[in-house]
Design a protein around this ligand. Structure first.
Ligand code: CO
Length: 247
């Protein structure tokens, strides 16, 4: 059991986007366009305390809303570094990411999107009623809402089922959305916020959101998976986003 002090210092990890490929020699597949912070909302837009991890651990951490980087920021093209230990810094990052996702009304957020290329993402599809999801643990159907928000550390996924096209947005592409083909079902193996291994299967919107976030952790963006027609339709908007992030 890890305990927190309410006066715990907000990690510097939360404020300073890490240099790319930090420590792991990850190849950077994107083009460097520099910081996009000039086009983003000032920080922090919200600070508070959160009863962490659905009350399972029963402690409070101070949290803050982090800056979400937009298309063109090099962190989005960096493969996330594997997390070797779920320590206080990682827990702080996770908490801040949950706060940030909530503030942005997103259903998922990857560490790359707050400028920190590490293998951690969060997903919360609570309240989405028009796009069904299913979840299974040990082959038994469970209510996915009981497991939200999902915290996926060093996740591995196995895809199954046929591919279906569906509409997606991404917090790093404000105002844009497009159709992306994804597998219907996904099997997930990850660490939770306590560093414990867990496994589950998901389908529907949940499976889609997990595939989208998993891609972020590899430096892959949803536009990479769009068909030619969608890419063409969004080309002008994407150029505009890039130009803004180049500042
Ligand atoms: Co995204």
């Amino acid at each position: 059991m890890i305990c927190y002090n309410i006066n715990v210092k907000i990690s510097t990890l939360s404020h300073a986007p890490s240099p790319l490929g930090e420590g792991d020699g990850s190849p950077l597949t994107g083009t460097r366009h520099g910081s996009s912070s000039d086009i983003l909302s000032p920080l922090p837009s919200g600070e508070g305390f959160r009863l962490i991890f659905g009350g399972r651990m029963g402690h409070f951490l101070p949290t803050m809303v982090l800056e979400i980087v937009s298309y063109g920021h090099p962190a989005l093209r960096a493969k996330g570094r594997k997390i070797s230990e779920v320590n206080d810094e990682i827990l702080q990052l996770v908490e801040d990411m949950l706060e940030t996702m909530e503030a942005a009304s997103g259903v998922g957020l990857a560490a790359q999107q707050v400028g920190i290329p590490m293998q951690v993402c969060v997903v919360d599809i609570t309240g989405v009623k028009d796009r069904p999801s299913e979840m299974w643990i040990d082959g038994k159907a469970v209510d996915h809402e009981d497991f939200m928000p999902l915290i996926l550390i060093n996740p591995k996924i196995t895809l199954s089922g046929r591919e279906r096209s569906g509409n997606e947005g991404c917090l790093s592409f404000p105002g844009l959305s497009g159709d992306v083909s994804r597998h219907e079902k996904v099997k997930v193996h990850a660490l939770d916020e306590e560093g414990e291994v867990y496994d589950f299967e998901a389908s529907g919107l949940l499976a889609r959101a997990i595939q989208h976030e998993f891609d972020h952790l590899q430096g892959v963006l949803y536009i990479d998976r769009m068909g030619q027609a969608e890419r063409k339709r969004l080309a002008g908007d994407l150029e505009e986003l890039l130009a803004r992030s180049q500042g």
